[in-house]
Design a binder for this molecule. Sequence first.
Ligand SMILES: *Cc1c(COP(=O)(O)O)cnc(C)c1O
Length: 333
Amino acid sequence: MTNLPVILADIEQAARRIEGRIRRTPFALSASLSELCGVPVGLKLEHHQTTGSFKLRGATNAVLSLSPEERARGVAAASTGNHGRALAHAAKAEGSVATICMSRLVPDNKVAEIRRLGANVRIVGGSQDEAQLEVDRLVAEDGLVMVPPFDDTAVVAGQGTLGLEIVEAMPDVATVLVPLSGGGLAAGVAAAVKGRSPGTRVIGLTMERGAAMKASLDAGRPVQVEEVASLADSLGGGIGLDNAVTFEMCRALLDDVILLSETEIAAGMRHAYGEEREVIEGAGAVGIAALLTGRLGRLEGPVAVILSGRNVDMGQHLRVLNGEAGLLREDAA
Ligand SMILES: *Cc1c(COP(=O)(O)O)cnc(C)c1O
């Protein structure tokens, strides 16, 4: 574990660096999920983080790791929304400017919010990979500094600070459920949790369709998958064929990866709202969704579940609460 790109010491350093700039989010026991699972289940309410997701941790650590000269040139990223939002906020907080490139699949509310946070926005292409090409151009031609959404040691170390807070809130935690896309969150959290508590299991959760990290772990190397619309839009995008950090870490540290259908993700969002009184986006609901399916098998408790973000279009949230069929078309296909 000590020869991985990010280790516990890097995450502890990140925690000192970003302290006071990010929120230490609440951790709350869920009565209903504890009863359902027969073991204590705690929710890390990270959707209450500033900018609405954990992405502020990694973005803030990355921006603070730059030299003043690099910060002055500005930062750039491709983003499905939450990283862009976080980087816009982090850059502004440190006197820099972010340019955010994103695909047409990103919902309008996320685009508007990033503009409001003072960033330049560029909408390019129909996939995360095409948006990334524009970032590469800005770096090569205009001298901006790229802050990747996940495949970066400073970003992973920043996301890992969430894992430290979980172990501090629940020292005997046996299982941690973490949303998984590019793997920055899962890699950082797993390194932190296993660094502090080696016997704890860390399970990644993602949507059935377009699960790039799962396909890559199965193939033994980074592979591309087709991008499709999902309730968990923050889990979209590939892991990068030249992945340098998160693939290796997820392969070494994740004990399992579970895939959720659109219907299951919707049930997770409904449970969060109806039972926990929390508004969360689809990507933030996969942990609860997995517990509700009962597909995790014999679950070692206590369990910690990360609610990773809340940046859902409120019209879509209402349709999910009402159980409207239209948005579940992915399951019918
Ligand atoms: C980015 C994001 C994820 C996935 O994080 P990765 O580091 O890409 O695996 C999960 N939930 C939310 C809300 C996100 O914004």
